[in-house]
Ligand binder design. Structure first.
Ligand code: NDP
Length: 237
């Protein structure tokens, strides 16, 4: 039987790239989006995959959808916690809702999504959890105090969980991309030329360059890698 992996935020961008890569490599994939968007439907058709719909920031919705999933399906092999947003502003201009939304979607989703899914994986005594952080959570980016806080928080939470789960043969690792070409970074307000100057490789990364690492971390070859933060950033760190 093939191994099943849930990828949150896989209607587009990095999550969809990860889903494509895993499907190619024989995994059973479960797609996910906040709503049943055209993009998600297209991804489902392309990959012939099921999708779960829930807002990762909504604890009750996550619990309802994911408990229903665990009650009717075998334990997952892997979870890729990828869904995330930005809402950039300098700290002095940052509104309360801009702070709270980013923390809710990016960081509180760690609790909301993993809590209902983890027990069956613990009983299975095998699995992989991969959390999508960002270089911003390591170095702190101007205009991203909310995003950097959320992504740094994910690193702490993942490392703690890795310690708790290591003896059960479950690894927990963090992927921290730098600038990757997606809709998230298509924002016309981003000072791309400035950012590129700070990247030793002098280019942005591709979705394939991130999904390759996720694919490796899910594999048997990565069974002794846990509690790690691995950058995909062209040397920006
Ligand atoms: P995109 O904006 O392209 O895609 C975001 C995905 O997250 C979509 O599938 C979206 O679903 C989902 N999502 C957003 N909010 C919610 C929510 N509240 N509930 C459920 N799903 C939600 O992002 P990227 O592919 O660029 O980024 C993916 C991850 O990688 C993020 O965590 C991001 O922080 C991280 N990252 C990205 C970098 C980059 O340069 N692109 C750099 C470093 C990290 P829907 O379509 O339904 O809205």
């Amino acid at each position: 039987m093939s191994k099943t992996v849930l990828i949150t935020g896989s209607s587009r961008g990095i999550g969809l790239g990860v889903a494509r890569r895993l499907k190619q490599n024989g995994y059973e994939i479960i797609l996910h989006g906040k709503s049943q968007s055209d993009a998600l439907k297209k991804a489902q058709d392309e990959l012939n995959a099921k999708a779960l719909i829930f807002d990762v920031a909504n604890t009750d919705e996550c619990k309802a959808v994911l408990e229903d999933y665990t009650n009717t399906n075998p334990a997952l092999w892997g979870i890729v916690l990828n869904a995330g947003i930005t809402c950039d502003n300098t700290f002095v201009a940052l509104e309360e809702n801009e702070w709270k939304n980013v923390i809710d979607v990016n960081l509180n989703s760690f609790y909301n999504v993993l809590k209902p899914l983890l027990m069956p994986i613990i009983r299975q005594k095998a699995g992989r959890i991969i959390v999508m952080s960002s270089v911003s959570g390591i170095i702190g980016n101007r205009g991203q105090s909310n995003y950097s806080a959320s992504k740094a928080g994910l690193i702490g939470a993942s490392k703690a969980l890795a310690v708790e789960l290591a003896s059960r043969n479950i690894t927990v690792n963090v992927v921290a991309p730098g600038l990757i070409d997606t809709e998230l970074t298509n924002d016309k307000n981003l000072p791309i030329e400035e950012i590129l100057k700070a990247i030793p490789a002098r280019r942005s990364g591709s979705i394939d360059e991130v999904s390759g690492l996720v694919n490796f971390l899910l594999s048997n070859e990565a069974s002794y890698i846990t509690r790690q933060v691995i950058g995909v950033n062209g040397g920006l760190c």
